[in-house]
Write a protein that binds this ligand. Sequence first.
Ligand SMILES: [Zn+2]
Ligand SMILES: [Zn+2]
Length: 278
Amino acid sequence: MKVKVWGCRGSLPAPGPENKIYGGNTSCIQVMHGEACIILDGGSGILRLGKYLSPEITEVHVLLSHLHMDHTMGLGFFAPLYNPKITVHLYGPSTSNEPLVNRLRRYFSPPLFPVRLSELPRHPIIHELNTSEFKIGDVTVKSDYICHPGPTLGYRLTANKSVLAYLPDHELQMGSVNFPNDPEWTSGFEIANGADLLLHDAAYTSKEYVSKIGWGHSSIRDAIAFGKMCKVKKLALFHHEPIRSDEQLDQMLLDSTQNLKLNFEVEICAEGKTYDLG
Ligand SMILES: [Zn+2]
Ligand SMILES: [Zn+2]
């Protein structure tokens, strides 16, 4: 699997000279494997992904973790949705009270957006997911609900025994009263267990987290503890606060990993970065 980061910022795009290294676009990851083109989330990063998408691709699969704005705001600007030659599949979390297509229509309608879903040249194919497992080409996709306000899925993508785990918005402390001591009772454990690469929410410092409990995000220390629990090979810290500069992110990582003996790699996820798994 070839993985490319098109956006790893949280909450709001944050372009600017102070964010050149880690980037300002919100959540969007591209995964290519054989014929399969899979996109994780439709944050503002999906605009450039669409611009540089190979013209040979005729089918794309967009897996939405949840429908918060920072994960969907780029969808209306995703070029393949306006190209009748490309089939777009949109996947997202199922809820008991409203179909996914209705929730997506709220974004694709005035006054939030001028174009309705029904006005696109080719209506995207909508797939509702819960605790699901299915195939896209040769990639096995597993989804499961994780701890974040509103229905939210984490994704585990497996191909040729390589595993990518994607948990961009995830509050570990709220997912288990005994975190990090009970793996089987920890939200997201089955998604991330043994992953080659884990992209995980690390929005806050431990100090900041104290005043943000219940907001749906994790501290960098908790993300690292989770990576250790799941025995991942590499952890890329994700969902950077929009206010945080490159310099501050580097300092955060330094402060949080000092005196820690880690047997896996931890880095700050950066827009433009590619990973080759397997
Ligand atoms: Zn988010
Ligand atoms: Zn969210």
